[in-house]
Design a protein around this ligand. Sequence first.
Ligand SMILES: *Cc1c(COP(=O)(O)O)cnc(C)c1O
Length: 460
Amino acid sequence: MQRSYPGTAQLEQWDKQYVWHPFTPMERWCREDQLVIERGEGCYLYDTEGNRYLDGISSLWVTVHGHNHPELNKAIKEQVDKISHSTLLGLANVPATLLAKELVEITPEGLDRVFYSDAGATAVEIAIKIAYQYWQQKDGGRYRQKTKFISLGNAYHGDTIGSVSVGAIDLFHKVYHPLLFDCYTVPSPYCYRCPFEREQSSCNRQCFRAAEETIAAHAEEVAAFIIEPLVQGAAGIITAPEGYLRHVADACKRHNVLLIADEVAVGFGRTGKMFACEHEGVNPDIMCLAKGITGGYLPLAATLTTEEIYRAFVGRPEEGKTFYHGHTYTGNPVASAAALANLRLFKETGLIEKLPGKIAALKRGLEKIARLPHVGEVRQRGMMVGIELVADRATKEPYAVEKQVGHQVVLAARKRGVIVRPLGDVLVLMPILAMTEEQLMELTETVYIAITEVTGGDAL
Ligand SMILES: *Cc1c(COP(=O)(O)O)cnc(C)c1O
């Protein structure tokens, strides 16, 4: 292939000199050898040296049908040949209109309006502002005191100030506390490290009650409860106990609190259904979508609301009800065309129907990993996996931070041609939904070997 850039060593040096990487301790980054990715094909990535890697993280939880997919490429190229961007402020465009209609059709019942943006964080930011302004304007301001939000411990909703305000991961968020608005936090339903120090055998669903009690106690002043349905992703793929989402949704309904479902990570098939809310028959008032929406090709996000919420913003210009929010690239036609092609491929390939088989294969591949002496817990929800590594399996004692065990396992897997990423010492597997059962085995086998290499010990 014709190269239009200098060699790998030069690129790596320039990267280390000029690029500030996200979520990256840069001192360590600059010390270690780095890959420079040049292209992708299906479920594999290729670096500038021509080495091939299985993409075990869906390029950060976004890729659905694989990289360099001819249909997605074609949809993007065709749109580029028409127009690459036209503003949604004051003008409509073809793909954004068609996509809004499709999103309303495939999302849970009641979500009838689509507000576009371009990242998960902005989708959440928009949800927060809409929920707040809704109560300011509803019924002539009767509910104006509903200004607060409830979120979960360990929550992650993105990195803008509003989305960090409803987040609760100290490592990422602590330093910003003085900048954030106050929020009520309910305990994370993190069974492996139960906030109420219960074991499965002694569980009395205290986290269910705690959520309900907080909603009931503060309903008068709370605009919305925001939740990552079924899986708290960035916290380490923390999988909620069955019925927790349903329970929270019911409590919100009873107490007149809006439910914001942040499906940025779990949406578009990741949990085995198109949207995670479907597993428990939940119809949220507001839903945030991003990551998988374009099949992982271009930045796009959407915040969907009910018609009831939307109505509170409808009035003559002088009534001042308008939602004054927008991003320059909102409703970008190329990204919308990619999203339309993504949804079309879901239908044409029957991908959702094929997921149960893949999920079962992944589960089989994980069984051996779960028996490793330094694997505290393997959590799987659909195609999302967290493998929590611990120094001591009996006491659940974590490894010392300076050991960087998660990171070491990632490097060991990379040597063997598999890309994964850790969240602390939780190893995350987020296979591309299009992966074959063979590729899923390649992923779990390699991760198994990488964990044994770093932590020692054979399966128990
Ligand atoms: C990734 C993520 C976000 C933020 O999305 P960005 O596109 O990175 O801004 C928000 N919420 C959840 C649940 C996420 O996993």
